[in-house]
Design a protein around this ligand. Structure first.
Ligand code: IMP
Ligand code: MG
Length: 179
């Protein structure tokens, strides 16, 4: 698997340090609130698993799965809910946990859907941010790392459902796409 990686973008140690720091910040900001972490499957599971253990205040977790569909000619993507949340959102301070904020279409749509369910507050925590690629008017409240416009894998992120189990974030060799 590692032979398919061109270079490491974020090492295991850098990930560990950043997740610890995010956990500390979130624990501070949500002290006394009703924190509900919502992980967007599947890309954010590794980040979610580490982040929740870096949070030192009481927190609940839930998962949802979405898929983008509709034509690329639309200015804003439409997202279909494949697996919905189990927990009703009223009264919760919601923190959406994502792997990467790219065009922003997925998250802007998701944020709109979840906002309509009446949570007390709603914020976004993304491990990676590709600001150059943004088309939707959305920003994350917590960002791990800003990354250049390169396709990255590992630590939950996939190419063709592979490389999610790589413990660091890397850039794939071009020949892997060309196969
Ligand atoms: P957005 O709606 O364009 O922001 O799409 C974000 C989603 O696209 C992420 O949750 C990822 O699943 C996927 N994605 C975007 N960039 C990458 C990448 O570099 N590597 C792996 N997945 C990516
Ligand atoms: Mg994703």
């Amino acid at each position: 698997m590692k032979q398919d990686i061109l270079k490491t973008l974020v090492s295991e140690e850098e990930l560990r340090e950043k997740v610890t720091e995010l956990g500390r910040q979130i624990s501070h900001d949500y002290e006394g609130k009703s924190l509900l972490l919502v992980s967007v499957l599947k890309g954010s599971v590794v980040f979610m698993a580490d982040l929740m253990r870096a949070i030192t205040i009481p927190a609940r977790i839930d998962f949802m799965s979405v898929s983008s569909y509709g034509s690329g000619t639309k200015s804003r993507g439409v997202v279909k809910i494949v697996k919905d949340l189990d927990i009703p959102l009223e009264g919760y301070d919601l923190l959406i946990v994502e792997d990467i904020l790219d065009s922003g279409n997925t998250l802007s749509y998701l944020k709109e859907i979840l906002s309509s369910r009446g949570p007390k507050s709603i914020r976004i925590c993304t491990l990676l941010d590709k600001p150059e690629r943004r088309t939707a008017d959305i920003a994350a409240d917590y960002v791990g790392f800003a990354v250049p416009d390169e396709f990255v894998v590992g630590y939950g992120l996939d190419y063709d459902e592979k490389y999610r189990n790589l413990p660091f974030i890397g850039v794939l060799k071009p020949e892997v796409y060309e196969k």
